[in-house]
Design a protein around this ligand. Structure first.
Ligand code: SNW
Length: 267
């Protein structure tokens, strides 16, 4: 009996992560998708007043998961810097947090198809005197550890003094307290913080070559394909457009995620 118990215990923890008939997507817990996300990247993903995760990325993922046959999705907030490793080592089934798809990141995880392409934005106070990227020279610039903003700033804002933070909230607190002169984050999150704290935008850097995708552990092919199929359906039936207009009202809408019939024939 001891042997059988030992085997079943072992099977209960490791076997479930490899796909099989009962668990075609190789989920940690069959029937539930465990997602690593962020609590402070509003309106992409954030915890609302009731502590529930919501936002564009969250609602799109839940829609896609539903189309893949899974309605039980559990979100956990964590620092961005450890998020991809946590997905890669099987702590989570997916990572959903406006995560730009890059070749470097593909060394750690696989990604779904892209679902959002936009800008990286530098925000600052009205009195900092920073009005563009050149104005960052000699200034303290906040970045969240592990983001594309960090990589971009290291390469391009060489005369700025980079200050690394675990998340946006701590970086924005540092801007508001004067501990840093500016913060470098995603465009829509920057807009939300501008409205909340009266901050202003100093530069918008296009990041269309790294659209956001859902991160999944390498080798979870059936899961990744199910997510891609759901994404394509959500784009074609206008769900993507509805969510974009809900969460990013007034922002220019990238065409490539609209229903085919609404895409102007680009040359
Ligand atoms: N949630 C975060 O802090 C992620 C920050 C950063 N996001 C970049 C991005 O994916 O944001 C959504 C879209 O604008 C993408 O074009 C962009 O690369 C990154 O992937 O590193």
């Amino acid at each position: 009996v001891a042997t059988v118990l030992a085997l079943s215990a072992c099977g209960g923890t490791t076997a479930s992560s490899s796909p099989n008939a009962e668990n075609p997507y190789g989920l940690i817990q069959p029937g539930t998708i465990r997602v690593a996300s962020l609590g402070d990247a509003k309106p992409y993903t954030f915890a609302d007043a009731q502590g529930n995760f919501t936002g564009f990325d969250i609602e799109l993922f839940k829609d896609v998961a539903h189309r893949a046959g899974v309605d039980n999705v559990v979100f956990t907030g964590q620092d961005f810097s450890g998020l991809l490793a946590a997905v890669a080592n099987g702590q989570f089934d997916a990572g959903v947090a406006a995560i730009g798809i890059t070749d470097k990141r593909k060394q750690t995880v696989d990604f779904s198809d892209g679902y959002l392409a936009g800008y990286l934005t530098v925000i600052t106070t009205k009195t900092s005197g920073i009005n563009n990227a050149e104005g960052l020279g000699g200034k303290r610039l906040g970045v969240v550890q592990g983001t594309l903003q960090e990589a971009y700033a290291v390469k391009n804002f060489t005369s700025a003094n980079l200050v690394r933070f675990p998340d946006n909230n701590t970086a924005i607190s540092a801007v508001n307290s004067g501990a840093v002169d500016a913060h470098f984050l995603d465009y829509e999150a920057a807009k939300a913080y501008q409205e909340q704290f009266g901050l202003v935008s100093a530069a918008d850097i296009p990041s269309f070559d790294a659209p956001a995708g859902f991160a999944v552990a390498k080798g979870k092919t059936a899961f990744k394909e199910a997510l891609n199929k759901g994404l394509a359906e959500a784009m074609e039936d206008g769900t993507w457009k509805k969510l974009y207009q809900k969460w990013f009202p007034g922002s220019p809408m990238p065409e490539q995620y609209l229903p085919k019939a609404e895409q102007t024939a680009t040359a």
